[in-house]
Every structure is written in C-alpha cells, then in structure tokens.
Design a protein around this ligand. Structure first.
Ligand code: ADP
Ligand code: ZN
Length: 222
C-alpha cells in the first residue's frame, strides 16, 4: 500500500466534505474520521458522556468545546495506530486551537495535505436545503438524488433522514461559525505549505477527480 496517506478536508457545511471523504477513504484504503458523524453516534448512544456534552452545542449549531473534541479525536487516532496508518479526516480541525492540537497528536508524522473544498455560499445553501443523510453510515443523499428504495440507504440499509441541524436558522449559524473560526485555518495551513484549494462545484465524480489530482501532486513531492 506504500506510505500511508494523511489527509484533512476543510470546507463549509454542504461543500461535500462527507461525500468526498468517503470516496477518498475507499480510494486510499484508509479510514475516514468524521467528528460530526462520531458526535451523532455518541448522541444516539444511551449513557454516553461525550454525547451528553455535545448535544446542546450541536443542536444550536455551535462548536462543541475543544477539550471534548480533541480528546475524542486523540482516542480515535490511538485506536487506529495512526502513526502507521493513514486517514481522511473531515470536520476536524475547525479552529486554530484544534489544528495545533492535531499537529501535537500526529507528531512526528504530520498531515500530508489539507484540502480546502471551495464552494460559494449560495450553492451550499441550496444543497443543504435538499440534503438527506443515512443515519447509520453517514452517506449523503438529496431530494434530487434519493436512495433507490424508500429512503433506506443503498450502502447499509439505514434510514435516510434530514439532519436536525439542517434547518435555516441553524445552518446560518453554522456557516457563520465557519467564517469566524474555521476559514482562518486556510491561511494557517497555507503559511506552512500544507494547503491545496480544490473547486468543489460540479458533479461529485468531477470533484473527486480534482481531489485525486491535487493529492497525487502533493504525494509526488513527498
Ligand atoms: P457541519 O460541518 O455541516 O456543521 P458536522 O457533521 O461536521 O456538520 O458537525 C455537526 C456538529 O458537530 C457541528 O455543528 C458541531 O456542533 C459538532 N462538531 C463536529 N466537529 C466539530 C469540531 N471539530 N469542533 C467542534 N464541534 C464539532
Ligand atoms: Zn448507510
């Protein structure tokens, strides 16, 4: 399999991070780490300390406190033995403090590439309104591209639903958070030459092609 690939995908809500991260994790045969999916799992579990702590922030569209998120990611990376294995990470880091924590967790094997999946706000607003997700595996669908059978996931049979935080008010709050907290990470990673911006508009396959080209360019330099 060669050298493991460690990727982070940044992008606004609805930019297509989840969809593309699933594809990249299949392509590179590495696990996907999605903090949003992890939190949703914990919230569904009864008696989960993380779920209890995260729930109110998620419902409001606010960031879960750094210490909760960082600890959850640190444990996941330990489980994966991430020094030896690669990963595709999505939804984390979401602010500079989290990015610094991630660097410390990965030391001495830094992220290979951070990709900013770039989509205009007008486009993500439209996508989010029609977005539906598998409540079990996180696969994305939309009202225009539903699963084949009666809103059950093509991949795992789970129920495909609208996310509770995909309402107009909460979406606008999440997008605001992105601008305030996460967008500054683009400059932060650019400063250490770890960033590639990729156009996220167009068909999912087209976007995947662009991502693979950007990643291969970077890995060739490694
Ligand atoms: P989105 O990017 O569309 O907001 P996610 O599925 O990535 O959705 O995350 C859902 C929610 O989980 C966020 O609104 C936030 O409350 C919480 N969350 C996920 N990742 C993080 C993180 N890295 N830091 C803080 N909160 C997070
Ligand atoms: Zn599924």
């Amino acid at each position: 399999m060669g050298i493991p690939t460690r990727l982070v995908i940044l992008g606004k809500q609805g930019a297509g991070k989840g969809t593309q991260a699933i594809r990249l994790s299949q392509h590179y045969e590495v696990p996907r780490i999605s903090t949003g999916d992890m939190f949703r799992m914990f919230v569904k579990e009864r008696d989960s300390e993380i779920g209890r702590r995260a729930k109110k922030y998620m419902e409001a569209g606010d960031l879960v406190p750094d210490e909760v998120v960082n600890e959850m990611v640190r444990e996941r990376l330990t489980e994966l033995d991430a020094a030896d294995h690669g990963f595709v990470m999505e939804g984390f880091p979401r602010n500079v403090a989290q990015a610094e924590a991630l660097d410390a967790m990965l030391d001495p094997h830094p992220v290979d590439l951070v990709i900013e999946l770039d989509v205009p706000t007008g486009v993500v607003l439209k996508r989010l309104a029609g977005r539906r997700v598998c409540s079990v595996c996180g696969l994305n669908y939309s009202v225009d591209a539903p699963p084949q059978v009666d809103w059950t996931c093509d991949a795992c049979g789970g129920a495909v639903v609208q996310r509770e935080d995909d309402t107009e008010v909460v979406i606008s709050r999440r997008l605001h958070q992105y601008d305030e907290q996460t967008a500054p990470l683009v400059a932060w990673y650019l400063a250490t030459d770890r960033l590639a911006a990729v156009d996220g508009e167009g068909e999912p396959d087209t976007v995947t092609g662009r991502l693979l080209r950007a990643i291969e360019n970077r890995l060739a330099r490694r």
